[in-house]
Design a protein around this ligand. Structure first.
Ligand code: NAD
Length: 337
């Protein structure tokens, strides 16, 4: 730990430079060179220094930013509602501290209910439906501007091109994760090996490399899936939606959007910890990779009271699982632009 401002300044500068480089490799090139656990440790070290020395805080710090810049090879999409990241908890105590922070901020000690969701390890995608028809899909990018990947998203078989029923808003943006299930990932790497082509380091890289292709015929051959987990734009704003996040997810399901089957709800921080342990124990048996679980205050009115900070909502947190890998050999990722 740097104990003087001068030391801290140097350490902060070095960590920011390093994290910016990791972000570029991970988000722009889809080709990380260090395991996530290493990235998370450096990020936590930076956040700790910025908290200890608030005079070193900066809006340009990687601790304040979401993702990476959109690739210019794709048409750019400006998000009408920003696509943010999530704050992290790395242990039970920080999850319980999160619940306490919420109650303190709300000045209300009443128990809070949470939507509990596996944290799928893929890419965040936003899909816009107009009059029930899929018209555009975009990556998160830096949270403000993403990449237009409509043609590629259309090839994902569990994404509806038209919504079911008739009771949907004229414009509705569905947000969720595109990921590659483990069995598909294994088969894909087997076939890549057979062809003497590059194999993918993990399902997240395979999903990213497959989705950000300029040729949607390649994407179409990849075993990608999508699970919805929230809404973005909803117009007209008088359209009546349920008052809780979990009921809104059910509404998405009624329109034909796929949801992760392991989503649940829980009461209070202790209920969340039970869910965390349940999913952690099931982790290896799940058909998809996850790197933790996400807890979201279920009541939308309370979410609105809590609001957002620069890069994440105050009403949600991702509790990460202990790192599975320390140093994996990361192999080149196929990436065609
Ligand atoms: P994040 O992964 O901590 O959380 C935000 C993301 O979670 C969302 O954008 C969404 O894609 C995803 N998500 C999955 N399930 C969700 C659900 N049910 N509800 C809401 N969101 C859900 O944040 P991030 O900014 O995308 O990435 C940071 C993480 O990425 C780091 O902690 C690290 O693990 C990894 N990373 C690694 C490197 C590297 O070089 N190895 C570089 C950058 C980032």
């Amino acid at each position: 730990m740097s104990n003087t401002l001068e030391n801290a300044k140097n350490d902060v500068a070095a960590l920011r430079k390093q994290l910016n480089e990791y972000n570029y490799q991970y988000y722009v090139l889809d080709d990380p060179t260090v395991p996530d656990a290493q990235y998370d440790r450096d990020m936590q070290a930076l956040i700790a220094l910025e908290q200890e020395f608030p005079e070193l805080k900066s809006a340009n710090s990687p601790s304040q930013k979401v993702g990476g810049a959109a690739l210019s090879a794709f048409e750019q999409v400006t998000h009408e509602v920003p696509m943010l990241s999530l704050d992290n908890a790395f242990d039970d105590a920080s999850l319980l501290a999160f619940e306490k922070r919420l109650k303190d901020r709300l000045k209300d000690n009443a128990p809070l209910s949470f939507s509990c969701e596996p944290k799928l390890d893929g890419l965040a995608v936003s899909i816009l439906y107009e009059n029930g028809e899929l018209v555009r899909a975009a990556t998160r990018g830096d949270g403000q501007v993403g990449e237009n990947i409509t043609a590629n998203v259309r090839t994902i078989s569990n994404i509806p091109l038209s919504l079911r029923g008739e009771q949907w808003p004229e414009r509705v943006e569905v947000r969720g994760e595109v990921f590659m299930p483990r069995d598909g990932f294994e088969k894909l790497n087997e076939s890549q090996r057979g062809k003497g082509a590059k194999v993918f380091a993990n399902p997240r890289n395979a999903a990213a490399g497959s989705l950000r292709q300029l040729d949607s015929k390649i994407t179409a051959k990849r075993p990608l899936m999508f699970y919805a987990y929230s809404l973005g734009v909803v117009q007209p704003d008088t359209f009546e939606l349920p008052n809780s996040h979990s009921e809104r997810l059910n509404k998405l399901a009624s329109w034909g959007l796929p949801l992760c089957p392991d989503i649940s709800t829980a009461d209070g921080g202790n209920g969340c910890l039970e869910y965390y342990n349940l999913i952690l124990n099931k982790r290896d048996a799940l058909p998809y990779d996850i790197d933790g679980v996400v807890f979201k205050v279920d009541d939308i009115a309370i979410q609105n009271r809590l609001g957002f900070v620069a890069r994440a909502p105050r009403w949600a947190i991702a509790q990460k699982f202990p790192a599975q890998e320390e140093v994996t050999t990361l192999i080149d990722v196929e990436f065609q632009v």
